[in-house]
Design a protein around this ligand. Structure first.
Ligand SMILES: Cc1cc2nc3c(=O)[nH]c(=O)nc-3n(C[C@H](O)[C@H](O)[C@H](O)COP(=O)(O)O)c2cc1C
Length: 351
């Protein structure tokens, strides 16, 4: 029988209402993206990776990543770093910000991160990786999860050696993106490794990589025994894929629905990041939402040159029927009862 994506499951005492997790993505997973993900059926959403050094030095932009809205839960905040004590302190900040889980990044392949000894490089330093997990798990009450790649080099099976050690050190769940760091995003995710990892550990495993349809999600759940699937790139500018995966709802969104969601996303992002940061952040989203033949190419190019208010006007002019949908969406959004931390006022004031 195919897996029921609507089934709830637990990471220790945290109940996750569906078997679909929205992936952490740097430069993408802002509050607006996560809230939208929850609305479209993701049972768990995750912040992008947050630097523990940035938290330690009270960097304002880093602290801004710790803003959590009331309708995001359950939510994981992901941290990265290489120093157990600093990671433990960062985890405490994440918990205070409202995280239901603290996720540790042992997967980032980007040189800027790996050269500091963080991210995927920790897979080749199991003692340090375990020390980080132990320190973090000892510092917070919420469950701790780890997200990792298969290893550093192509063909590596390091995750199968390190994964069980991380569980012994206190990880309550593991997410595996079974590509090597060297692969970056080329080739494909080898979920045969996910199945092997599931057999080795007695905590839930989340399968990440190349899941872009309900059929793929169901076949990976069945073949691996994973507790849940994680979707990343497939959901960029396409929240409808989440509904398709969870509910089998395969109707393509209308132009009006696309515009209503995009305008809501623009407005929320401007509120979160401020106009200046939001306008460069949003550029890629115009392509993602409006691409794939949904809208003519010159229209996307035109939007990129506009400020957010003008872009909203142009979008609503292109699909006037989107306005009542947008009004309904905005009326139905729960109030943003954000956890307020003792952070510099500019972190909240910047949108
Ligand atoms: C733009 C981008 C940013 C990402 N940032 C993060 C991150 O901050 N933390 C992390 O653990 N993984 C990150 N990832 C990896 C994804 O979470 C996911 O594991 C990977 O994209 C494979 O899933 P997919 O094929 O569904 O995209 C990122 C991926 C992309 C494409």
């Amino acid at each position: 029988m195919p897996a029921d994506l609507r089934e709830s499951w637990c990471i220790r005492d945290v109940e996750i209402p569906t078997r679909l997790v929205l992936a952490p993505m740097a430069g993408v997973s802002v509050q607006a993206f996560r809230r939208q993900g929850r609305r479209f059926g993701a049972g768990l959403v995750c912040s992008e990776m947050v630097s523990c050094a940035g938290i330690e030095h009270r960097n304002e932009r880093t602290l801004g990543y710790l803003r959590v809205a009331g309708d995001e839960h359950p939510l994981a905040i992901q941290i990265f770093g290489s120093e157990p004590r600093a990671m433990a302190e960062a985890a405490q900040m994440a918990e205070a910000a409202g995280a239901d889980l603290v996720d540790i990044n042992f997967g980032c392949p980007v040189r800027k991160v790996t050269k500091t000894g963080a991210g995927a490089t920790l897979l080749d330093k199991p003692a340090r990786a375990c020390a980080i997990v132990e320190a973090v798990a000892g510092a917070v009450d919420v469950p701790v999860s780890v997200k990792m790649r298969r290893g550093l080099r192509d063909g590596a099976r390091t995750c199968l050696e390190v994964g069980p050690q991380l569980v012994d050190a206190g990880a309550a769940t593991l997410t595996l993106h079974p590509r090597s760091a060297e692969q970056m995003y080329t080739g494909w995710a080898d979920h045969a490794l996910t199945a092997e990892l599931v057999a080795l550990v007695d905590v839930p495993v989340i399968a990440s990589g190349d899941i872009t349809s309900r059929a793929k999600a169901q076949s990976i759940l069945a073949a691996t025994g994973a507790a849940a699937v994680m979707v990343g790139r497939g959901a960029q500018g396409n929240p409808w894929i989440l509904r398709e995966i969870v509910d089998g709802d395969v109707d393509d969104p209308s132009r009006e629905e696309i515009v209503a969601e995009l305008v809501l996303f623009i407005r929320e992002t401007v509120r979160e990041l401020g106009e200046r940061r939001a306008s460069s952040f949003l550029k890629k989203f115009y392509g993602w939402y409006l691409g794939g033949g949904r809208f003519p190419r010159p229209f996307k190019q035109e939007l990129v040159l506009l400020d957010s208010t003008e872009a909203v006007q142009r979008l609503l002019a292109a699909a006037p029927g989107a306005l009542p949908l947008l009004e309904r969406l905005e009326a139905e959004l729960p109030g943003g009862d954000e956890v307020l931390l003792d952070l510099p006022i500019s972190v909240y004031g910047g949108g």
